[in-house]
Design a protein around this ligand. Structure first.
Ligand code: NAD
Ligand code: UFG
Length: 360
């Protein structure tokens, strides 16, 4: 079975490609590297001992998409490609609507043209807006609090319409809670550009001395210690959820939506303490104002995925923190350092050999 993975060089995509290759799938990655490095895919190849095709193509590029679909016999698509920075989406909404929504429409048009009707889509817990009740189940009310979240909501609706128009589609919408951690090899992980927006990437940068101290956004929430509570899920567990969703897509048609989370909530201070324990370093922090738009508590009810996909998250918070730390400690500059060396050495981006099919 050949699976097209859009955004496969990114954080969640690269971990999912590892699990797909390990499970014996053929993988074709499509990514324009707007928020990732091709190095992640070289590392995926090292981890798995497998090679695969990589297309440096944007989902906004109709001709590029046509080339990918015409050159490969694709059985299903896992669609990660998109922008994901909440703050940036408020500053530049059109950029988000264009990339996430127009890109998804173009991708689906191409899938329709080539009769590829199995799709796994990356949605987010952000579609629950400000949750009134926790744990959050899939039938909780939906709303968007920013343009990024609105792109996810709109795409979910577009996919529902698509199925209504043609009931041969089989679509899984996966709503991720807070992915953290990294592959236990320490070879791939989250590599945000600039100063991280999210908690764990920020903590790891403090731990390796790249940032001075963590700012905890508010300690006056109605939670156990006053700091915000989230449902952190190991990225490898999340990746496995995609394989389970894919199996369901091969077995039946329809649109199904699943929360991918652990069902447990941890506070910011609990994450800081666990991280300190796993890395043996003190994480200096100060308490600052609440971050606008943050909710106090957000965690999932993951029972639908357990029941229908036979999937549940296995890894505990200690392992998540230890793996995030290992990745950061082994790659203090992220992927950049090694990539620059390779680029300087070879003068091009031909990182993985494969029948001359690469578009680098
Ligand atoms: P990421 O930025 O690491 O990965 C996204 C990948 O898509 C990158 O490799 C990027 O280069 C690529 N991309 C972006 N626009 C593209 C385009 N037009 N054409 C081709 N490739 C393009 O992000 P991630 O954390 O791996 O997230 C993957 C998906 O999961 C995204 O859709 C994101 O919105 C969603 N999601 C992420 C989180 C999270 O906390 N990381 C939470 C919920 C949902
Ligand atoms: N936090 C800090 N300091 C920081 C960063 C975060 O105290 O420097 C706190 C936040 O206030 C929050 C918790 O840590 O209480 C988690 O914050 P993140 O930014 O890591 O994650 P969020 O839950 O705010 O949001 C993330 C993504 C969203 C996505 C959501 C659910 O950024 O896009 O998870 O998947 F929708």
């Amino acid at each position: 079975m050949a699976i097209l993975v859009t955004g496969g060089a990114g954080y969640i995509g690269s971990h999912t490609v590892v699990e797909l290759l390990t499970a014996g799938y053929e993988v074709i990655v499509l990514d324009n590297f707007s928020n990732s490095s091709p190095m992640s895919l070289k590392r995926v190849s090292e981890i798995t001992g497998r090679e695969f095709k990589i297309y440096n193509v944007s989902i906004l590029d109709r001709n590029g998409l046509e080339k990918v679909f015409s050159e490969n016999s694709i059985h299903a698509v896992i669609h990660f490609a998109g922008f994901k920075a909440v703050g940036e989406s408020v500053e530049a909404p059109l950029k988000y609507y264009q990339n996430n929504i127009s890109g998804t429409i173009l991708l689906c048009e191409m899938m329709q043209k080539y009769e590829v009707k199995r799709l796994v889509f990356s949605s987010s817990a952000t579609v629950y807006g400000v949750p009134k009740v926790v744990p959050i189940s899939e039938d909780s009310p939906l709303s968007a609090t920013n343009p990024y979240g609105r792109t996810k909501l709109m795409i979910e609706e577009i996919l529902e319409d698509l199925f209504r128009s043609d009931n041969r589609w089989s679509i899984s919408i996966l709503r991720y809670f807070n992915p953290i951690g990294a592959h236990d090899s320490g070879k791939i992980g989250e590599d945000p550009s600039g100063i991280p927006n999210n908690l764990v990437p920020y903590i790891t940068k403090v731990a390796v001395g790249k940032l001075r101290e963590l700012k905890i956004f508010g300690a006056d929430y109605p939670t156990k210690d006053g700091t915000g509570v989230r449902d952190y899920i190991h990225v490898v567990d999340l990746a496995m959820g995609h394989l389970k969703a894919l199996e369901k897509n091969f077995a039946s048609t329809g649109v199904s939506t699943y929360n991918l989370g652990t069902g447990k909530g941890y506070s910011v201070l609990e994450i800081v303490k666990t991280f300190e324990k796993m890395c043996g370093e003190k994480i200096p922090y100060t308490i600052t104002e609440r971050r606008p738009g943050d909710v106090a508590v957000c965690f999932s009810d993951p029972s639908k995925a357990k029941k229908e996909l036979n999937w549940s998250a296995k890894k505990e918070i200690e392992e998540m923190c230890a793996d995030s730390w290992r990745w950061q400690a082994k790659n203090q500059e992220g992927y950049d350092e090694e990539e620059n060396t390779i680029l300087a050495g070879t003068g091009n981006l031909r990182l993985i050999q494969n029948n001359g099919d690469f578009l680098y």
